[in-house]
Design a protein around this ligand. Structure first.
Ligand code: F6R
Length: 247
């Protein structure tokens, strides 16, 4: 893993947006894997800025989001599709036909996961996957446990994850859906390049275990050690334990 520590969150967002711009210049029909959550907001804001300046053309990209709540209509403000439309797709001119989600309203979630996997394969796989990390080391909604599902699957969310997602559910974790659909770790690891963003002290322990700890389903992010092309972008607070472990 290549780890880069930035002074501020915004510096990491600018660096990753520049990388995306360079990748788009090489391959306008780039296939992207994208996360939601608080962390990528700064990146999406930067991409929207670049688009407004006429420096980023997303008209040929295809995107795959990592996860979606189960039982939530796409137009619910708490859905990850609504989040993506708000933060990136609408302001950056990315049309609905270019974007792919696991459908949280699918009547047959298992069939929906298989459909999603087949769509990724038909797109030729994911070129660049942007990731965040949960304080418990989850990636997408691959939660820590005794084992991991390789491919896209249905998950029961941990209480900590439901608390972290409460903002769009009246700050009430009980109203956050208890289940979700998530891309599997093997699907994530098949992307050609992974870039993980982690900001703030709250992520420090998970980041340190991801980089230095054993590969274990108890910390799904540790599986990123198995990939050949991983960039980890941190701010100083998220890197603090790592720097301490290395000094
Ligand atoms: C969401 C996702 C999650 C988040 C993680 C961190 O699509 O992939 O794994 O990246 O929960 O969330 P924030 O950025 O809100 O700390």
């Amino acid at each position: 893993m290549n780890v880069t520590v930035f002074r501020h969150e915004r510096d990491a967002a600018v660096a990753l947006a520049d990388e995306l711009l360079a990748a788009l210049a090489r391959r306008p029909a780039l296939v992207l894997g994208l996360p939601t959550g608080r962390t990528p907001v700064t990146l999406y804001r930067r991409l929207v800025e670049l688009h407004a300046q006429g420096r980023a053309d997303f008209s040929q990209v295809t995107t795959f989001n990592l996860d979606e709540f189960l039982g939530l209509p796409a137009d619910h403000p708490g859905s990850y599709r609504a989040y993506m439309t708000r933060h990136l797709f609408a302001p950056a001119g990315i049309a609905p036909a270019q974007v792919h989600f696991l459908d949280g309203m699918a009547s047959d979630p298992e069939a929906e996961c298989a459909r999603f996997e087949a769509t990724i394969a038909a797109a030729g796989g994911i070129d660049l996957m942007v990731l965040g990390i949960g304080a418990n080391g989850h990636i997408g909604f691959n939660e820590p446990g005794a084992g991991l599902s390789a491919r896209s699957h249905r998950v029961v969310l941990k209480a900590q994850t439901r608390r972290a997602n409460a903002a769009f559910f009246g700050n009430d974790p009980a109203r956050v859906p208890g289940e979700a659909l998530s891309m599997g770790m093997a699907t994530i690891l098949q992307a050609r390049r992974l870039v993980l963003l982690a900001m703030g002290r709250g992520k420090g322990r998970a980041v340190e275990r991801m980089v230095n700890g054993p590969v274990t389903p108890r910390l799904p992010a540790s599986f990123l050690q198995l990939h050949e092309d991983v960039e980890v972008m941190l701010d100083e607070a998220a890197a603090e334990r790592l720097t301490r472990a290395q000094s």
